[in-house]
Ligand binder design. Structure first.
Ligand SMILES: [Zn+2]
Length: 406
């Protein structure tokens, strides 16, 4: 184990209070081995407990990304205000952008201000190495996304991460089916969407704790074309759940009162008000531009040329009502939202820059961005029916446990 990982792990273990770091020889041995099997099980059971609590109480855990301090602070404010248990996540891109140790340090510092259970999660780890490194760094959960590989490879990679994570008390999310990005080529639903029978087989073989499914959402801002009706495939969600739960119960891996957590990715709604806000100050004379573009007397090639210069953000996503239904009626356990945050954050800065042109202090324009992050998070937590649901729940990262009433 490298010095760096040792250091970070000790930092985490010391915050859990699980390990005595008095410096005695025995303590040193214990540190090297990490958690005992009992400690690892207790830690994992607690993370699983938040998912069960969400599914049994008709809400979802909101999973929001942060790349830097401003968005993290905005999220902390929202989690506390909403009194909602949630998940803050770091992507591989964020780890590259901001330095992984700095992000962990920021989160550990933020934990002191967080008054509700908040889990730290790796979003879309595309290789085992990244996932294992995050597990060593003290994340509460990681996602291994091997969905671009064939089924057998996906199983192999997910199983490896699940075994490594479980031995260290870390919850593991897998993905089956392809959740498209806006730039991907369109292929048929059957090729794209998660197959219920395969999902049951996948979960049984890998032991992953939750599964991201492809049922109609996409990553990015253009989730649907103009003529498409945005929808979620509720029948498929139900079928996936039933197949997985029947299989796991038959294998003695799921209790009678437990449910298997499913995860929705790419669940931004890209609402018209956010699109309007982010495009408000696009630096072209928009009215004139649109007039020329729509003028039938203007030659097609000229209009095509103009379209290339249209730098405004387009978008269409699934309405917030449908997500609300996925949570309340179909026990969706975790919902990832990112694009709507990006739109709100950027819109706030654009707005400030144009209307306060002489000001140049970063604190001045980052404040509205932080505020916008809080507002979007509050709106999403409400959509997920999570507001107020932290009452009576144990905190993450200490020795507290779920009580019978939680
Ligand atoms: Zn995703």
């Amino acid at each position: 184990m490298s010095m760096r990982i040792d250091h970070v792990q000790n930092l985490y273990l010391s915050t859990t209070g699980a390990v005595n770091i008095a410096g005695s020889k025995e303590a040193k041995v214990e540190e090297k081995q990490g958690l005992t099997p009992q400690q690892a099980k207790a830690k994992l059971d607690k993370i699983r407990g938040y998912y069960q609590h969400a599914m049994n109480n008709g809400y979802a855990l909101g999973a929001f990304n942060f790349n830097e301090l401003i968005s993290l602070q905005g999220l902390v404010e929202a989690a506390n205000k909403a009194n909602a248990p949630c998940i803050f996540q770091i992507s591989q891109g964020a780890r590259k952008f901001a330095n992984e140790d700095s992000l962990i340090g920021m989160f550990e510092a933020a934990r002191k201000q967080i008054k509700v259970p908040v889990m730290l999660h790796l979003d879309h780890g595309t290789d085992c190495e990244t996932c294992l490194s995050c597990i060593d760094q003290g994340y509460d959960s990681v996602m291994i996304d091997a969905s671009k590989h064939d089924f057998a490879t996906n199983v192999k990679m997910t199983k490896e991460v699940a075994e490594y994570g479980h031995a260290r008390g870390v919850f593991v999310e897998g993905e089956l089916g392809k959740i498209q990005g806006q730039e991907d080529n369109v292929i048929s639903k059957e090729q794209l969407y998660t197959d219920p029978d395969e999902a049951a087989e996948f979960v049984s073989q890998t032991g992953c704790d939750s599964l991201a499914v492809s049922v109609g959402t996409k990553h990015g801002n253009v989730k649907f074309s103009e003529d498409e009706t945005p929808a979620l495939d509720f029948d498929r969600i139900k079928a996936i759940q039933e197949k997985i739960e029947t299989r796991l119960r038959a294998e003695g891996k799921l209790g009678a009162n437990e449910h298997y957590p499913l995860v929705l990715h790419g669940a931004s709604s890209v609402p018209a008000d956010l699109i309007e806000r982010v495009n408000k100050y696009v630096l072209v004379p928009r009215t004139l531009f649109n007039q020329v573009r729509s003028d039938e007397t203007v030659k097609q090639e000229y209009r095509d040329e103009l379209n290339k210069y249209d730098k405004s953000v387009k978008g269409k996503g699934v309405s917030e009502d449908l997500y609300n239904r996925a949570v309340k009626e179909f026990k969706m356990a975790k919902i990832n939202v990112d694009t709507d945050f990006r739109l709100a954050y950027t819109a706030a800065i654009r707005d400030f820059m144009i209307n306060n042109y002489p000001k140049y202090t970063p604190r001045d324009y980052l404040k509205p961005a932080r505020q916008a992050t809080t507002e979007i998070a509050l709106r999403k937590l409400d959509m997920m029916n999570a507001t107020g649901k932290a009452v009576g729940l144990p905190m993450v990262g200490d020795d507290s446990v779920f009580t019978a009433t939680a």
